[in-house]
Design a protein around this ligand. Structure first.
Ligand code: ZN
Length: 212
């Protein structure tokens, strides 16, 4: 539709998640009209993240070194692991500043419709961490949707026989209380209604769903 490189730009922008053809075109023309210094800075950052950012070899979170900031922090409780789907969930939980354990990022959730099975997630890496010993609790903070529940149920069945305590944020939590959108104020309400057993993650209810 447009001359070579302009169309290439629109096509590339259109491949980004959540950016439809109209938005891609709007962003492309914004960039074309923007200060070249700003655009070059954006391009440099894109190049930099491509070169420097990798995934933590322990937990799968984004990192600038072999291990992420959280895995390297000796003050973080190594006995509790919070399992999440994506690095953005780590960022959301960290924002609350309540959880002092460590993480394990699965890289998605089990979804038969999309052809994603347990072997496509970092399940084996999680089991290897548990096999190393020293971990006493696993919090399954996958999304409160069909895929997230299926993943949590699958992992609970794998992990429980190892004698590790398995917990899950209360089933039936409204989606807005999921890690990605947890608000500190709501968390303090959750703290008040927590069972007496202390756990490093406040918005967690320790009673697992029936059938676990
Ligand atoms: Zn890590």
């Amino acid at each position: 539709m447009y001359e070579g490189v302009v169309q290439n730009l629109i096509d590339e922008l259109g491949r980004l998640p959540g950016v439809g053809p109209k938005s891609a075109q709007r962003i492309a023309f914004y960039l074309l009209g923007a200060d070249p210094a700003d655009v070059k800075r954006l391009a440099a950052v894109l190049m930099e993240v491509t070169d420097r950012v990798r995934f933590c070899r322990i937990c799968g979170n984004v990192a600038e070194e072999d291990e992420c900031r959280i895995c390297r922090d000796p003050r973080r409780d190594p006995t509790v692991i919070c399992v999440v789907e994506e690095p953005k969930d780590v960022a959301a939980i960290e924002k609350i500043r309540e959880f002092r354990g460590r993480y394990h990022v699965l890289g998605g959730a089990i979804s038969p419709i999309d052809g994603i099975g347990p072997e496509d997630l970092r399940t084996r890496e999680l089991m290897a961490r548990l096999a190393d010993g020293g971990i006493t609790e696993v919090i399954l903070a996958t999304d409160p949707n069909l895929e997230g529940e299926a993943t949590a149920t699958y992992l609970a069945r794998l992990v429980k026989p190892l004698g590790v305590r398995v917990t899950r944020p209360a089933s039936g939590l409204p989606v807005r209380l999921h890690p990605a959108t947890w608000k500190p104020r709501r968390c303090s309400i959750a703290v008040a209604s927590r069972p007496s057993t202390p756990s490093p993650m406040t918005p967690t209810v320790t009673s697992p769903a029936a059938g676990w």
